[in-house]
Design a protein around this ligand. Structure first.
Ligand SMILES: Nc1ncnc2c1ncn2[C@@H]1O[C@H](COP(=O)(O)OP(=O)(O)O)[C@@H](O)[C@H]1O
Ligand SMILES: [Mg+2]
Length: 225
């Protein structure tokens, strides 16, 4: 079993979209995939079907989970959203047990982070701690626009400090390209010394990104498969 943390430089950079695209492609290749959003905020009855947890579940076809494991109404970082809801902090060990149970029988487990890498899940732990406990490697999603070199290098630095392996990097095409769009991938290769980087064009449907996600599937190939 391979566990991949789909993290990113920020919220809104394309983590869920890439998670869905990967899920479709892996399922099409006959892999058993479960895609999990551990914590999601800004959740309500009205948004339920469009939430990350639900979109990921639809992409893999998994029976469960059909939504994020923890859902909070306020659109805040999880630690603050739990406080705002008057709820207890999320217990990391309890979450690990749930993730383990939900991952049983899967070839690939995709775990989407919340916001950027160091967003507080509680006041005690971040998604880095979760990924480390799961033995996950990290796929870093960023946007191919000005500023992304810095954001990506900061994220890679934090992953290195945490001792997490980097599976690769995906740069999502921005809605509005700028002068840097198209130049950032090569700059990151040069500065970070990682050549596992792809640029994802904007497409209408993540299910149609099979060819584009192929390199990522190569990077996360299960050594035991
Ligand atoms: N490659 C892409 N093609 C088209 N739309 C995309 C692509 N990547 C992201 N988007 C859109 O950009 C927005 C933010 O992406 P999302 O995956 O939700 O980001 P995150 O999970 O990092 O918050 C969403 O509306 C999503 O559909
Ligand atoms: Mg998301």
């Amino acid at each position: 079993m391979t566990t991949l943390l789909v993290t990113g430089t920020d919220t809104g950079v394309g983590k869920t979209w890439i998670g869905r695209a990967l899920s479709h492609a892996l399922v099409a290749a006959g892999r058993r995939v479960v895609a999990i959003k551990p914590v999601e905020t800004g959740c309500s009855e009205a948004t339920a079907r469009l939430e990350d947890g639900a979109l990921l579940a639809a992409a893999t076809g998994q029976a469960e989970p059909g939504a994020a494991l923890y859902r909070f109404p306020e659109l805040l970082a999880p630690a603050l959203a739990a406080d705002a809801a008057g709820e207890e902090p999320i217990d990391l060990d309890a979450m690990l047990l749930r993730l383990e149970a939900l991952s049983a029988g899967a070839d690939v487990v995709l775990v989407e982070g919340v916001g950027g890498l160091l967003a507080p899940m509680t006041w005690e732990w971040t998604v880095v701690d979760l990924a480390r406990a799961l033995g996950a490697s990290a796929l870093v999603v960023a946007v191919d626009r000005l500023g992304t070199i810095n954001h990506t290098l900061l994220t890679l630095g934090a992953l290195e400090l945490a001792g997490l392996e980097v599976a690769g990097i995906v740069l999502t095409g921005p809605e509005t390209p700028d002068a840097s769009t198209g130049t950032n991938a090569a700059a990151i290769v040069r500065l970070a010394g990682i050549d596992r980087i792809v640029t994802m064009p904007r497409l209408a449907d993540p299910a149609a990104a099979g060819r584009e996600v192929q390199p990522i599937i190569e990077w996360i190939r299960d050594p035991s498969a």
